[in-house]
Design a protein around this ligand. Structure first.
Ligand code: ADP
Ligand code: MG
Length: 632
């Protein structure tokens, strides 16, 4: 509990005790016997009332001065002062007391889920051990520059992204990915901030400033998530804006009209002013919309927390809400369904030596971040002299053309061969084919293959079970490969040989065909599919551990490479929405019943307190359930 919460708790206890004593004295008939009993009781009851309510009264007063009268403090102030004016002291003090109990409860709940998220996201490093003149110095992560060397001891958090210069270890990425199995890491590999070094000592050369590091990016994302409101949240705030004045006017009408009518009709029967005003006030307390205003954002907040716990970053409540309605999922192939790590199988139809073809390919790919390029470079294994490569041009969805040692080299697919005027020979094997042409003459092709990602198949069948009706794979790769992969994992549709622009068009077509309520998801690895990520209803990027472009363009980021997380995300979304609906129904139903009873004079202030604070507490408890990740 924070100090502020403790203070309110003390006020609650003090005022509860005072109120209980007064109520007992009243029951025993002692209050009546005091001199000026009406005024003394008023004064006595005002003590617990002021103790518990002074800040609410102050807020209400300030609101009135500023002209913003329709908030909860105003409702509470009017209702309780009104009750006192009608000599309903007990009720007046009790309404304020329970209102404060509800407020305290809510602030503890919000604090709990906030803490929960920051604990899960307990990745903010406090310091970095910077190496300076051979000595280690503890500095703020902000003070470390690109190129500096830092050392991470076992048990410490990795403060900045970098490359391991020395050492081998295993790292715990649980806070980032929700995955509890440690990963091993060794010299030459990239390491990202936010994971915890477990076993060995690591010397790391920093590659990004703190503000650009994975940790900062993620924290920023989580902190901003609640500012993108879901439809339900927007609905509730619009609803409250209309609802509160309507309620206030109804209460006024209820308090004033019946007695006026009675006076006009000169009727002798029925309750007088006081009773009707009290009914109006009861009505006011019952209809206070705080249960909804509070519990709905809290549910989304908790849902986003649950998702980040599972290694799924959701950039806003609106995206969490849309996930539940997912009916169509569209996937990129390379790096999403398949590993994106191609193995070189063989070189065909070449006159030059295999080695030379592979060398040319690796040189041409010297600057590309495409999985094919990385694989070819890795296969080549030797240092690439970048000065030997000039006029480099990457043609998205086709390949690379560049001048190497005075020759015009083209490395890519059949479309690229057509572009440079070389006659490509197709391959009888299934796999991705990288054609190579030199000075417009065909020089053969490299057959490379890429395995399915572990979990792809499972994820697709889980998605089908979760009620998705269309699972589409888009790829720039050849028809043969694309169709083989799609069939193996169980896609319902596949489109092949697409340029990045064609992918956007396909997605737009699919969006046009579906209904407004259904959500189209696009899942990609962020490499050359950023336009599609932004076009889809919800863009999901895979394996954010590293790819900045993906974090930027996507609405949802799966922190590790596991497609099965997608189903978990959809489950969390559905659960959150269910909780939101439960709360809406609960609150409106209870309030409606109490309002009807209140209007006919059957429900008293105690009912009103339940309808307001009781329902709010129930709704908040329900919201907190969204923090738990549902099982797949
Ligand atoms: P995917 O849809 O499978 O992710 P891309 O759109 O990234 O595929 O690429 C489509 C095709 O374009 C690849 O299958 C490959 O034939 C060719 N290609 C793209 N970039 C390169 C590159 N850097 N080197 C060689 N071929 C490439
Ligand atoms: Mg791709």
């Amino acid at each position: 509990m924070t100090r502020k919460q403790k203070k309110i708790l003390i006020r609650i206890i003090v005022s509860t005790v005072l109120l209980a004593v007064l109520m007992t004295l009243e029951k025993l008939g002692i209050l009546e016997k005091l001199p000026f009993s009406r005024w003394t009781s008023l004064a006595l009851y005002l003590v617990p009332y002021i103790v518990i309510g002074y800040d609410i009264l102050r807020k209400a007063f300030k609101g009135i001065i500023k002209g913003q009268v329709m908030d909860e403090s105003f409702l509470m102030a009017v209702a309780t002062i009104g009750a006192f004016a009608l000599a309903e002291y007990e009720e007046g003090a009790a309404v304020m007391l329970f209102y404060q109990i509800g407020e305290l409860f809510q602030s503890v709940a919000v604090g709990k889920s906030r803490r929960n998220i920051s604990e899960l996201m307990d990745i903010r490093p406090d310091y970095a051990n910077k190496e300076m003149d051979g000595k280690l110095e503890k500095v703020d992560p902000d003070e470390v520059a690109i190129g500096d060397v830092i050392v991470i001891q076992p048990g410490e958090k990795v403060p900045l992204d970098g490359i391991v210069l020395e050492g081998a270890s295993s790292v715990d990425t649980k806070a980032l990915t929700g995955e509890s199995v440690p990963r091993s890491i060794k010299e030459g590999e990239e390491i990202i901030s936010g994971c915890i070094n477990l076993t060995g000592i690591l010397r790391i050369q920093v590659t990004k400033e703190f503000g650009e590091s994975t940790v900062s990016k993620i924290l920023e994302l989580v902190e901003n998530a609640s500012s993108r409101k879901s439809k339900s949240e927007n609905f509730i705030s619009r609803f409250a804006k209309v609802y509160t004045p309507v309620v206030c006017i109804s209460a006024l009408v209820l308090a004033v009209c019946p007695p006026v009518v009675r006076i006009l009709m000169k009727a002798a029967e029925g309750p007088m002013w006081g009773a009707w005003v009290l009914r109006g006030l009861t009505f006011l307390v019952i209809s206070c919309p705080c249960a909804l205003v509070i519990s709905i954002p809290l549910s989304f907040f908790a849902g986003i927390g649950a998702a980040s716990h599972a290694g799924i970053l959701v950039k806003g409540s609106n995206y969490l809400e849309r996930l539940a309605g997912t009916k169509i999922a569209v996937f990129d192939k390379t790096g999403t369904i398949t590993k994106g790590e191609f193995a070189v199988e063989s070189v065909h139809h070449n006159t030059a030596e295999d080695k030379e073809i592979l060398r040319l390919a690796a040189y041409a790919e010297c600057a590309s971040s495409h999985p094919i390029a990385i694989s070819l470079r890795t296969h080549y294994g030797k240092e690439i002299d970048r000065n030997a490569v000039t006029n480099y041009e990457a043609i998205s969805g086709e390949g690379i053309v560049a001048d190497i040692e005075g020759k015009k080299v083209a490395v890519g697919n059949e479309k690229l061969m057509q572009r440079v005027g070389a006659e490509a020979i197709s391959c009888s094997h299934t796999g991705t084919i990288v054609h190579v042409a030199v000075d417009g003459k065909y020089e053969g092709h490299i057959l490379i293959t890429d395995g399915l990602k572990e979990g792809s198949k499972q994820a697709i069948s889980d998605l089908k079970r979760a009620g998705l009706k269309k699972l589409v794979m888009l790829t720039g790769d050849a028809k043969k490969v694309g169709e083989a992969v799609a069939k193996e994992v169980g896609m319902t549709d596949v489109y092949t040989e697409l340029l990045p622009g064609d992918k956007v068009q396909e997605v737009e077509k699919l969006i046009a065909e579906k209904s407004e309520k259904e959500t189209l998801l696009f899942v990609g690895d962020g490499i050359n599919d950023a336009p599609v990520l932004t076009r889809a209803d919800v863009g999901v990027a895979m394996g954010a551990l590293g790819a900045d472009a993906a974090i930027e363009a996507a609405d949802v980021v799966l922190m590790d490479d596991d497609l099965r997380k997608l189903v978990t995300g959809i489950r969390i979304s559905k659960k959150t929405l269910r909780i939101v609906y439960e709360n809406i129904v609960l609150a409106l139903l209870v309030k409606l019943i109490c309002l009807v009873f209140g209007a006919i004079g059957y429900a008293n202030m105690w009912w009103a307190i339940f309808a307001d604070v009781g329902v709010m507490i129930l709704a908040v408890c329900n919201s907190i359930r969204a923090l738990r990740v549902p099982k797949n």
